[in-house]
Design a protein around this ligand. Structure first.
Ligand code: HEC
Length: 133
């Protein structure tokens, strides 16, 4: 009789182990089915121009990524970084109007300086950095 009990226990334990394994397998399948389709890549790992996850980038960061191509050498008449007189002229109409031109583009100046991932604040930071304001 005792032996029978042990046998029953052993069979029951085997059953439960099997049931658990089935559950685990099912859970894994469900996880696979409901996982997000696309994964958003944020930060330096994505390569290319990075998207800041939280804080806006500094003017210097934006400048070095997006604006330096034209605004360091003054390509196509772009006001050069640190050229106070040139920036005084630009900013005479006010920072808001100057920012609007940078966002919308102005002649050879592309909208947002081609920085599609830049927020308005980040463009503003870059203008302040270039003009020394
Ligand atoms: C492809 C070259 C190019 C790039 C890249 C570029 N700019 Fe410019 N930018 C120009 C040129 C050219 C002008 C002068 C446009 C004019 O007055 O005809 C200009 C002018 C400006 C002005 C003055 C607008 C005004 O109201 O007078 C601001 C501000 C400015 N750029 C900001 C930026 C910022 C910020 C970036 C980077 C995010 C940037 N630019 C990237 C070419 C560029």
């Amino acid at each position: 009789m005792k032996q029978l009990n042990v046998l029953i226990l052993a069979v029951a334990a085997l059953f439960m182990a099997q049931a658990n394994a089935d559950l685990d397998a099912q859970a894994a399948k469900i996880q696979e089915r409901i996982k997000p389709v696309g994964e958003v890549c944020v930060g330096a790992d994505c390569g290319g121009v990075t998207v800041a996850a939280g804080e806006p980038r500094t003017g210097e960061e934006v400048f070095n990524t997006a604006c330096t191509a034209c605004h360091t050498a003054g390509i196509l008449g772009a006001p050069k970084k640190g050229d106070k007189a040139a920036w005084d002229d630009r900013l005479a109409k006010g920072m808001d109007a100057t920012l609007a031109n940078a966002l919308n583009g102005l002649n050879a100046m592309p909208p947002k300086g081609n920085c599609a991932t830049c927020s308005d604040d980040e463009i503003l930071n870059a203008i302040k950095f270039m003009s020394g304001r």
